[in-house]
Design a protein around this ligand. Structure first.
Ligand SMILES: [Zn+2]
Length: 474
């Protein structure tokens, strides 16, 4: 009994010494932590770290997603893995939940693991991020699973560049509902244009089997007024792609057929050039030919969209002079892969960037009133948006805007086998959608704006000077 008491006293004394040591070591480390949760900061004492489980080695983990997971979860996981590699140099493997459970797993989406069984029903824009046992659980309502992935590495876990060891002491240890809240200011823009894509092109494609156009889940939506200077002048009934793309790239209303020049034919700066001039990396991707009106408006200056040789010459010169970092035209079945590759290239080393992505074929199919073709291009565009969305959620300083240059075909509800019918083979003046997510994009909530405002928004990300036309629209 006496011996026991002596041993107890000895243990107590050792504990006191150890605690004192820990306390001193804490104080040494709180300086640059702003005092936040300093009770748990175990500093460089690995022994203590392992005991409290606050520092983990990511290289011991695998990412688990549901068997036959949704595209959303798939792309969230892919973007998470890229982000972790970028931040910590660690290559995580993605496996499906049909494999036997391991001790250390990162569970993305509703996997079959016990830890993924959560209590909280998730409403729009809500997500969950927490640690249970040794599993890191990331879930979200629809697209917002990506917010959990992004938050984990950008906000809660403290990573040291190039090290797989991360401090998870700030990651919630129980289910806590988090709500998506974009940052105020962005440093990069992904600008996606569905050529000819009106609201009803999206609705029809959804009615014919598309499981929700992904951009409709974005927190903000508005409308863009597409009329060109030719329409304002009374010379034309509706805009063409050249004038509309020029409005969105330069902030000037111009004449149908003009590319990167104002209504008087003067060359005007486009937002990609502006971004490039302040050191951002820039790219253009289209499923149309690279000399098409929309991509050209982000690269060229000429008063005729049909001067194909001249356009090609200007684009070749940009590439040769390395004034554009990514340029891909006639992208066929691999639009999403192209977007993925571009984003990885342009954002390397945490660079600021501007990327324009066009799905150019929705317009072409609508001109010939081909329903099935049109819908297949809306689906292709939707898939690329889905990837870009998860990228934006994993990179909270990126703004993602999805819009169209004009509506094509006057698609209206009506008596066809599809429930909607084309009423013309031309463009129309109907307003087109704007959907936005990411830093600073709350400005598009419920707005109806002229398309030149889209250029001004993009420009504001890279420079504070006024951009585009200052004269009123008339
Ligand atoms: Zn167009």
């Amino acid at each position: 009994m006496i011996a026991f008491k002596r041993i107890s006293a000895l243990i107590l004394a050792l504990c006191l010494v150890f605690c004192l040591f820990s306390f001193v070591s804490c104080n040494d480390n709180t300086g640059d932590k702003g005092g936040a949760s300093n009770n748990n900061q175990t500093g460089n004492n690995n022994q203590t770290s392992e005991e409290t489980g606050k520092i983990i080695d990511l290289s011991e983990y695998v990412v688990v997603i549901p068997d036959n997971s949704s595209t959303t979860v798939d792309y969230a996981a892919q973007n998470f893995v890229s982000l972790v590699e970028e931040k910590t140099g660690t290559n995580l493997k993605i496996v499906e939940d049909s494999v036997a459970p391991l001790q250390k797993e990162i569970l993305i989406g509703n996997t079959n693991r016990e830890e993924s069984k959560t209590q909280s029903p998730l409403e729009k824009m809500q997500y969950l991020l927490f640690i249970r046992n040794e599993k890191i659980v990331m879930q979200g309502s629809g697209i917002y699973v990506g917010a959990a992935c992004g938050d984990f590495i950008n906000k809660y876990a403290k990573a040291t560049q190039g090290s797989p060891k991360i401090d998870i002491s700030s990651v919630p240890s129980s289910e806590t509902l988090l709500t998506y809240a974009p940052r105020e200011t962005s440093k990069s823009v992904i600008f996606m244009i569905g050529d000819g894509m009106g609201f009803n092109h999206i609705l029809l494609t959804e009615e014919q089997g598309l499981d929700g156009f992904v951009a409709k889940e974005f927190p903000f939506a508005g409308e863009s007024v597409t009329r060109s200077q030719s329409v304002i002048n009374g010379d034309k009934a509706f805009t063409d792609s050249a004038a509309s793309a020029t409005a969105m790239s330069t902030g000037y209303k111009t004449i149908n057929g003009y590319i990167g020049v104002d209504k008087d034919g003067n060359s005007v700066l486009n937002v990609r050039e502006l971004a490039s001039s302040v050191g951002a990396k820039t790219g253009v991707i289209t499923t149309d030919v690279i000399t098409g009106a929309t991509p050209s408006a982000y690269m060229c200056h000429i008063n005729s969209r049909y001067a194909e040789e001249e356009l090609q010459g200007q684009i070749d010169a940009l590439i040769a002079d390395k004034k554009i970092d990514y340029c891909a035209g006639s992208v066929d079945d691999n639009l999403t892969a192209e977007v993925k590759n571009a984003l990885s290239t342009l954002s390397k080393n945490n660079s600021s960037f501007f990327l324009m992505v066009e799905e150019g074929m929705i317009d072409k199919a609508s001109h010939s009133n081909k329903y099935e073709d049109m819908m297949s291009y809306v689906r292709r565009f939707d898939d690329a948006i889905e990837y870009a969305t998860q990228f934006a959620l994993c990179h909270p300083d990126v703004a993602l805007v999805v819009t169209a240059d004009h509506e094509t075909g006057k698609l209206l509800p009506g008596p066809t086998d599809y429930g909607y019918g084309f009423r013309t083979k031309d463009h129309t003046n109907v307003n087109v959608p704007i959907y936005s997510i990411g830093a600073g994009t709350g400005v598009f909530k419920d707005v109806v704006i002229e398309n030149i405002e889209l250029a001004k928004f993009c420009a504001g990300v890279y420079a504070s000077e006024p951009f585009g036309q200052t004269a009123p629209i008339e």
